[in-house]
Design a binder for this molecule. Structure first.
Ligand code: T5A
Length: 222
């Protein structure tokens, strides 16, 4: 049985997930908790190699099933090498994206059948489900503008603009479908998901997330 706390952050591009993961980790660490910050795709050496393939704009076209299988291969390794050991050790695990992203990106906004997604989740994730998922909700245009601005941070004009990854580069219709998909996931899992307005300032969002942690996760742990 898990002894730690598994919290995931989900949402569209540039919603501010990484920012919130960092703020929450700092707050928990200040209280003396051991926190493992991780991400998907990635989070273990093998999964990080698969991340390179998945995000590379030069990766040849392939269908949603092939793509989901790679995400789940990465997830299997990530769970075994990073997430489960940390949870068994009683640590907090904060993960920037997890299985809801496959459900939304490869299934709801793409062509992977829902039952395939369910089966992969049963096989790979099993009982290691997050106790809380923070769904960062923002209109697609605003999230993409943030992701674009962040890509330009620290880049000298002579270097040219760094390329968007394979997902960020998709059209607005896809990104709008992603937003709807995450809201639907939250609706289907009201006990696990907590939707926050990601257009607020980062500190305001962090306070809302902290209140949720204090009332739900920490209280349950007492
Ligand atoms: N994917 C992933 C799938 O298709 N299927 C899957 O199963 C999984 C796991 C991963 C890609 O893989 C896809 C989804 C993704 O496209 P990634 O590089 O990890 O790619 O990208 P994202 O997870 O989308 O993360 P981003 O880095 O783009 O965005 P974040 O983490 O949501 O946002 P963050 O915190 O980096 O902030 C972006 C910018 O906005 C600013 C930040 O300073 C930063 O500059 N910002 C704010 N500005 C104003 N107000 C706020 N509240 C702000 N919060 C942050």
């Amino acid at each position: 049985m898990n002894q730690g706390h598994f919290i995931t952050f989900e949402g569209g591009e540039g919603a501010g997930k990484s920012t919130q993961v960092k703020l929450l980790a700092e707050r928990l660490q200040a209280l003396g908790h051991t926190v493992v910050v991780t991400r998907e795709p990635g989070g273990s050496p093998f999964a990080e190699k698969l991340r390179e393939l998945l995000l590379d704009p030069a990766t040849p076209p392939h269908d949603a099933l092939a793509e989901a299988l790679i995400f789940y291969a990465a997830r299997a390794d990530h769970l075994n090498k990073t997430i489960r050991p940390a949870l068994f050790a009683g640590n907090w695990v904060l993960c920037d994206r997890f299985a809801d992203s496959t459900r939304v990106y490869q299934s709801m906004a793409s062509t992977l059948p829902t039952d395939v997604c369910d089966k992969l989740d049963d096989i790979v994730v099993g009982e290691t489900q997050p106790g809380l998922t923070v769904v960062m909700d923002i209109i697609a245009e605003e999230g993409l503008a943030r992701a674009h601005a962040r890509r330009l941070e620290g880049v000298a004009p002579v270097d040219g603009e760094p390329e968007a990854d394979r997902y960020e580069a998709r059209d607005l219709t896809y990104h709008r479908a992603l937003r709807e998909g995450f809201l639907q996931v939250a609706k289907m899992n009201p006990d696990r998901c907590f939707v926050v307005d990601a257009s607020d300032e980062a500190e305001v969002i962090a306070e809302k997330v902290w209140s949720k942690i204090a009332t739900q996760v920490l209280r349950e742990a007492l």
